[in-house]
Design a protein around this ligand. Structure first.
Ligand code: NDP
Length: 272
């Protein structure tokens, strides 16, 4: 009998997770059903429990519930604990809930897939929200020479840098504090959602530098369009989405799916 999984969010109808996980299941011969489930804004826990009672084995969690999911867990992975947010839930034995966060490893795998190495490099991260919190430990574990977090609300970037100072060389501040050149600039703000460009100076990239936007869409984001004018190579967040999903699939099924064909499928679906 097929086992049930879902993505819980609000809104959730736009989610690509069902397409991705159904493709993973078909590819690996796993019998499972994966749906998008809308949880009421004030009813995340009830939605998760109802899903478990109907036979649900696990869920992905998306906006705005990653912190609530974190609070719900009986056991957390180290990376979820550090992130303070959970994007993957497992309905364990005796109703115990296990939580993990696969966003950061998803980003790292996607960077690796694009031959972007971090060791000894200067990395700039724009934004200090949940996605950055999830990404910092995996990024710092690669030993960049320096990681600078810049955020509209500078104090949030400074606080994040303090929280992760034990993992590697990291500083935080506001856009006024932005100076120097970077081998990799990761846009983890939600500015792209509204077509806005954070206030970035010319000459931000070292020669051969890479611009990464966690967001993706049919057209390159405003940030990636600007980065092209700065002669940077550009990568969007579609691969991160597929890679974080692959890690969640592995946690649930103990089978690692091939991500290359699913990236291609998703890109094709977007542009169709
Ligand atoms: P949050 O809402 O937690 O954080 C948003 C961040 O963006 C904050 O730091 C905020 O600054 C900043 N910001 C918002 N608007 C602007 C603006 N106009 N100019 C400059 N900074 C701005 O979001 P998340 O961290 O969860 O997500 C960030 C992005 O990453 C989203 O686009 C999301 O879609 C994407 N994402 C992609 C994933 C993938 O798999 N590809 C996975 C997870 C996220 P302030 O603190 O000052 O408000």
């Amino acid at each position: 009998m097929s086992e049930r999984y879902c993505v819980l969010g609000n809104p959730v109808a736009h989610s690509k997770s069902p397409l991705i996980h159904q493709a993973f299941a078909a590819q690996t011969g796993q019998l499972l059903e994966y749906t998008a489930e809308l949880a009421p804004l004030d009813g995340f826990e009830a939605a998760w429990r109802a899903f478990c009672e109907s036979g649900g084995r696990g869920a992905n969690v998306t906006v705005p519930f990653k912190q609530e999911a974190f609070a719900l867990c009986d056991t957390l992975s180290e990376r979820a604990r550090r992130a303070g947010a959970v994007n993957t839930l497992i309905n364990g034995q005796n109703g115990r809930i296990y939580g993990d966060n696969t966003d950061g490893i998803g980003l790292l795998r996607d960077l690796t897939a694009h031959d972007v190495a971090l060791a000894g490099k200067r990395v700039l991260v724009l934004g200090a929200g949940g996605a950055v919190r999830g990404a910092l430990a995996p990024l710092l574990a690669e030993r960049p020479d320096e990681l600078l977090i810049i955020n509209r609300t500078g104090a949030k970037a400074e606080a994040l840098a303090r929280d992760f100072a034990d993992v590697g060389a990291v500083r935080g501040g506001s856009y006024d504090a932005l100076e120097g050149t970077f081998d990799l600039v990761i846009n983890a703000t939600s500015a792209s959602l509204s077509g806005e460009l954070p206030p970035l100076p010319e000459g931000l990239f070292t020669p051969g530098g890479v611009a990464y936007d966690m967001m993706y869409g049919v057209e390159p984001t405003v940030f990636l369009q600007w980065a092209k004018t700065q002669k940077a190579a550009t990568v969007d967040g579609l691969g991160m989405l597929v890679e974080q999903a692959a890690e969640a699939f592995f946690l649930w099924r103990n089978v690692r799916p091939e991500t290359v064909p699913v990236r291609a499928l998703l890109r094709e679906t977007l542009t169709r």
